[in-house]
Design a protein around this ligand. Structure first.
Ligand code: IPD
Length: 297
């Protein structure tokens, strides 16, 4: 943990600054300027761009040798690629507002998401929802916290099957049939398991944090970007949850590796039945997933 504490301190400090900007803009959102990205369901505001620059300039001052990847700069770049994995430079991966549609509509599930990724592994994660005053943070090997309380929150219940699960699933912003059809078909198969309930929070980062808390039992999505999930990835794993890709990955020290650029996520909370029980849930979701083709990050 101590190796990463300077990084965490700076990430927490700038998350607070970003949070004040986001909250102020959320309360005065009548004057927001909204632009469309890929389609009518893919939004960006001047607040997203501004917050990204504020976070970058704070972290750049503290860590001038690091690299910076953010949702808005990648979206506006020619390649639209993150460059993650091209070398071993420590890289800050930032979503200035995860839940931009929520932000625009005044639905309070909005967060800044800040992660430090080293050799493709997220090692520090901070997710802050300034509207609901929820701050999540984790550092690899140091546990996860929600407003400084360790995660998961008690009680840690068993999860013997999907039938008692409250799950998160998102539709994402793509509306073309090649993407929407397999997603809807997967959604149908998972709901028909049957699961107990489905929630669409509208923020991948917060979905991951709710799984880390134990409030949601599991979450899956295709189409997420590295900046949506990098911080939440550390928070879920450090809270004892399982985080995986849709297809089974290699194992390192008994833990499946997670490919951050694969545009997909699948996770299950810590359960009273231990890793085997959670792994069974992962497998029962995997049986129902229909793959969706996305360009890698
Ligand atoms: C989106 C949110 C949403 C998820 C999308 C993301 P944004 O991020 O996390 O919940 O379904 O896949 O792109 O655009 O609000 O930063």
């Amino acid at each position: 943990m101590s190796n990463y504490s300077t990084y965490l301190t700076e990430a927490l400090a700038v998350a607070r600054t970003a949070g004040s900007i986001i909250k102020e803009a959320f309360l005065n959102r009548a004057s927001l300027h909204i632009d469309l990205k890929a389609n009518d369901a893919d939004l960006v505001t001047q607040v997203d761009r501004n917050v990204e620059q504020v976070v970058f300039s704070h972290l750049r001052k503290a860590f001038p040798d690091h690299r910076f990847v953010g949702e808005e700069s990648v979206s506006e770049s020619e390649t639209k690629r993150t460059g993650l994995g091209s070398d071993d430079t420590p890289t800050w991966v930032v979503d200035p507002i995860d839940g931009t549609t929520n932000f625009v509509h005044g639905f309070p599930f909005v967060a800044v998401s800040i992660a430090l990724v080293i050799n493709n592994v997220p090692v520090v994660g901070v997710v802050y929802n300034p509207i609901m005053e929820e701050l999540y943070h984790a550092v690899i090997g140091g546990g996860s916290y929600f407003n400084n309380t360790p995660l998961p929150l008690p009680p840690i219940k068993p999860l013997p099957s999907l039938t008692t699960a409250l799950i998160a699933a998102e539709y994402g912003s793509d509306r073309v049939p090649e993407i929407l059809d397999p997603k809807m078909s997967t959604m149908h198969k998972v709901i028909a398991a049957p699961v107990r309930g489905v929630r669409s929070v509208g923020s991948a980062a917060l979905n991951l944090c709710y799984v880390a808390r134990g409030t949601l039992d599991l979450y899956w999505e295709a189409g997420v970007h590295a900046w949506d999930v990098a911080a939440g990835a550390v928070i879920v794993r450090e809270a004892g949850g399982i985080l995986a890709n849709w297809k089974q990955g290699e194992r390192q020290d008994g833990v499946e590796t997670y490919d951050l650029c694969a545009r997909e996520v699948l996770c299950v909370r810590k359960t009273a039945g231990g890793v085997e029980e959670a792994q069974k849930i992962i497998e029962s979701i995997r049986q129902r997933l229909e793959s969706v083709e996305y360009a890698r990050d």
